[in-house]
Write a protein that binds this ligand. Structure first.
Ligand code: SAM
Ligand code: SF4
Length: 334
């Protein structure tokens, strides 16, 4: 039996027995924002165009990994919506029979215009990053003024049927931690799943320190001002590492993602594909296997995928790092 003729239902496991069925695909390292926790204001040394995977190449990688157990993909970046014709990639991925779920991570700035077309191309759902609901603060955190109104992006995604719509809020002490209750309140009326994320010491972060990290216990305390929180199963799909809660009678849910105060590596089911075609088995390490060159030479990728999984680390070591000790999430497909 060749590498690509694995029986249906096969789950590919890493060296610690974790089934790997989820691939995060970065389509660009560039962005129309410069979030304080992610990118320096002047940008980063961008990848040369020739090194970036074409949509057909990304699709071929997914086609080769799908028979090995890949079932879910997420398109991310950088900011994926700034890469032209993103809809054509989504349509190509949709045509891969084993892929059951296609999600997109975006800063939301282009969603009010793009949401219906993304849905029509075959996108299932979106995660939207939003760190403030206040116009001046949005500009200060994103360090770009695109006139972006996050609530219009949330509503466009819900109206286009791109649910469950998840909102990711990176909580920073003294910067946006006074808006935790405002974000939580959005779940009362809207079918939104607002997840509060602990700030991580990755990338540039010249303006941030460990003092800006707000632990999830403190985040939940701030929401308690709105009423009791009941533990909840969360949205129907792709719950990953978040723990979910619901305010009484709320349409949506509230989640916390705690990379700093707890690790969730034991149940990690994901690997990442960088925009230049490297497979990364852990967000936080340097473990990468180059797929682009073998792919361009026409070689089968199955053996390389197996090799990468055999080397997937047991867990990350975030707490041992100094601020800025790792590449930005925009560079590794966060
Ligand atoms: N541009 C898209 C977006 O912002 O959603 C996708 C890529 S972005 C790198 C993916 C996620 O990583 C975003 O939710 C962002 O908030 C998060 N992120 C980036 N740097 C982070 C950091 N230092 N700590 C916590 N989350 C971070
Ligand atoms: Fe861009 Fe997303 Fe990074 Fe913000 S978090 S700079 S939107 S890639």
């Amino acid at each position: 039996m060749s590498e690509n003729q694995i029986p249906a239902g096969t789950v590919l496991r890493d060296q610690f027995g974790r089934g790997i069925e989820y691939l995060r695909i970065s389509v660009t390292d560039r962005c129309n924002f410069r979030c304080v926790y992610c990118m320096p204001q002047e940008g980063l040394p961008w990848l040369p165009k020739a090194e970036i995977l074409r949509y057909e190449e990304i699709t071929e990688i997914v086609r080769q990994l799908a028979p090995l157990g890949l079932r879910r993909v997420r398109i991310t970046g950088g900011e994926p919506t700034i890469r032209p014709q993103l809809e054509s990639l989504i349509a190509q991925l949709r045509a891969t029979p084993q892929v059951e779920d296609i999600a997109l991570s975006t800063n939301g700035a282009k969603l009010p215009v793009m949401a219906p077309g993304l849905k029509a191309a075959g996108l299932d759902r979106v995660n939207i990053s939003a760190d403030s609901l206040r116009p001046e603060r949005i500009v200060a955190i994103a360090r770009r003024d695109l006139g972006f109104d996050p609530v219009s992006a949330f509503d466009a995604a819900i109206a286009a049927g791109l649910g469950p719509v998840k909102v990711n809020v990176v909580v920073m002490r003294g910067i946006n931690d006074d808006e935790v209750a405002d974000f939580a309140r959005l779940t009362l009326e809207r079918d939104l799943h607002v997840r509060f994320i602990e700030l991580m010491p990755v990338g540039d972060m010249r303006e941030l320190t460990f003092d800006h990290v707000v632990p999830s216990t403190e985040i939940l305390d701030r929401i308690a001002s709105l009423g009791a929180l009941a533990a909840d199963a969360g949205p129907s799909r792709g719950n990953g590492p978040a723990a979910y809660y619901r305010l009484a009678g709320a349409a949506g849910t509230i989640g916390v993602i705690t990379p700093m105060s707890h690790t969730y590596c034991g149940s990690c089911n994901r690997v990442r594909l960088t925009a230049d075609g490297r497979l990364r088995t852990c967000l936080y390490g340097d473990h990468e296997v180059m797929l682009r060159e073998p792919l361009r030479r026409g070689e089968a990728l199955g053996p390389l995928f197996r090799q990468a999984l055999a080397e997937k680390p047991r867990e990350h070591d975030l707490l041992q790092l100094k601020v800025g000790g790792l590449r930005a999430l925009s560079q590794v497909g966060g």
